[in-house]
Write a protein that binds this ligand. Structure first.
Ligand SMILES: Cc1cc2nc3c(=O)[nH]c(=O)nc-3n(C[C@H](O)[C@H](O)[C@H](O)COP(=O)(O)OP(=O)(O)OC[C@H]3O[C@@H](n4cnc5c(N)ncnc54)[C@H](O)[C@@H]3O)c2cc1C
Length: 440
């Protein structure tokens, strides 16, 4: 398609690197690029830590302990290392990081397009365009709540909500709630709604069960000590599956030794299998709940057995085992939503990134970004913060440092190899596509 009729765009600047997104990932690579003297800018559509400000619920606390809240050049320095920080405290932590590192962030600058222009990238925003040698996509893995197609068949009088819309139980109209999804988000929200006196049904598909603490230590301490969180992406047997694993059933609190289907059932929840369809107001659930739970129990036992090897060597208290997930003999297969008083469905069915603005052919047939450990399939393009991107810990805050260091190193070598002989290798001519004038 010809660009002849495109409007001239305002050139905001020519620069070595554009980092998109000022969450912890974008700010971390910005810090490392700054240390290496690489000229860059961080473009952010909202404010620093925007996702935490606008896309999380009120009571959320990190499920990672405070001692693990660290970024390159900054560690948690409070007096509760084993506690779990509320979102407001994390926002302050990230804000302080951005200010303390002098990150060159341009807030309220939404990237609307990234495309390749000859040897460079052109990054269009609502505040002009940038031309650069390299781009880092640090826009997060959780931009959009994934909602299954069955949502379209839900009767109109039932409210539908995603975790990005949900703030607190008061916001939900009276009546029962069907929480679809039994991973960290689904169980935390089901727990909160039960405590608020709501009738809750949980539709549980595949999930990852894990105790909050084990043999006297927090589970994240063990995942660190055993090296599980540090496993590299190229050592994992089925990387595609590994990258799609749901988040573990954990909450940021020592209230319960374990947050699982058993204790939510005790608190009053009705547990059903995966939601398969809704027809004429009747929700239909899979009959495989028993198998799904047995698999989650088995995987938890394997994980604990692996931890035991390290725990034994370190003289930790004796191994514990947890009750298998209780499942009714006759699984619940259908619920008449109206008759059961269900007035709201909360889709805790995961999140996905949004790259709708990325006009570079780097997506695979299933719509996933093609990358090798964060090195995207387009020269000079990188990504950060995706699940199991370079390591099991990649999508966690504490996982960013190692990944960002690796990516910064590759990126700097890339810049050296492509821009030898001139300051940033960008010539005015390179900014223009045929028929597309850029004006300063
Ligand atoms: C509910 C929930 C709970 C979580 N709990 C934990 C936890 O306890 N511990 C933990 O370690 N991790 C947790 N995570 C995972 C992870 O740490 C967060 O998702 C974190 O926000 C990811 O950081 P990020 O910098 O990669 O992305 P984000 O924080 O999402 O930052 C991306 C930034 O890019 C901006 N952006 C997006 N598109 C554009 C665009 N087109 N132009 C300009 N800017 C753009 C966004 O506004 C945003 O500020 C949780 C995630 C979720 C969803």
């Amino acid at each position: 398609m010809s660009n002849t009729h495109e409007k001239p765009v305002r050139l905001a600047g020519a620069i070595d690197v554009v980092v998109i997104g000022a969450g912890h990932a974008g700010l971390s690579i910005s810090y490392l690029l700054g240390e290496a003297g690489v000229d860059h800018v961080v473009l952010e559509r909202g404010d620093v830590a925007n996702s935490w400000r606008h896309e999380r619920w009120d009571s959320l606390r990190l499920l990672t302990p405070n001692w693990q809240t660290r970024l390159p050049g900054k560690c948690y320095a409070g007096d509760d290392p084993d506690g779990f920080m509320p979102v407001a405290e994390l926002i302050r932590f990230i804000d302080d990081y951005a200010a303390g590192t002098g990150a060159p962030v341009r807030t309220r600058t939404r990237v609307t397009s990234v495309r390749r222009t000859r040897a460079h990238y052109r990054v269009d925003t609502n505040r002009g365009s940038w031309v650069c040698n390299a781009v880092v996509l640090a826009t997060g893995a959780c931009n959009v709540a994934s909602v299954p197609r069955v949502a379209a068949d839900v009767p109109g009088h039932i409210a539908q909500l995603t975790p990005q819309d949900y703030r607190s139980p008061e916001q939900i109209e009276s009546g029962g709630v069907l929480v679809v999804g039994a991973s960290a988000t689904g169980l935390q929200l089901a727990d909160e709604l039960l405590r608020a006196g709501r009738d809750v049904t949980i539709a549980a598909g595949e999930h990852v069960r894990m105790p909050r603490s084990y043999r006297g230590r927090d589970i994240f301490r063990w995942l660190d000590r055993t090296g599980i969180h540090h496993e590299r992406y190229d050592e994992v047997e089925d990387i595609n599956r590994g990258r799609r694993l749901p988040s573990p059933q954990l909450a940021g609190s020592h209230d319960r030794p374990i947050l699982d289907l058993n204790n939510l059932r005790e608190a009053g929840a009705v547990i059903a299998g995966r939601l398969m369809g809704v027809r004429d107001g009747i929700a239909q659930f899979s009959g495989s709940l028993r198998n799904v739970c047995a698999l989650a129990d088995l995987k938890m036992s394997r994980l604990l057995a692996r931890i035991d090897q390290t725990a034994d060597a370190e003289g930790a208290p004796a191994p514990e085992r947890f009750e298998p997930t209780r499942v009714d003999d006759a699984p619940l297969l259908t619920v008449d939503l109206e008759a059961a008083g269900v007035r709201t469905i909360l889709w805790a069915t995961g999140f996905r990134p949004d790259y709708s603005w990325l006009n570079v052919p780097v997506m695979d047939r299933k719509g996933y970004l093609q990358h090798d450990g964060g090195i995207v399939a387009s020269p000079g393009m990188y990504v950060l913060g995706l699940p199991l991107m370079r390591r099991r810990k990649s999508s966690f805050i504490f996982g960013i440092e190692d990944d960002a260091r690796d990516i910064a190193l590759h990126l700097i070598q890339y810049l050296h190899s492509t821009t030898k002989g001139n300051s940033n290798g960008i010539h005015r001519d390179d900014t223009a596509e045929p028929g597309n004038r850029l004006s300063a």
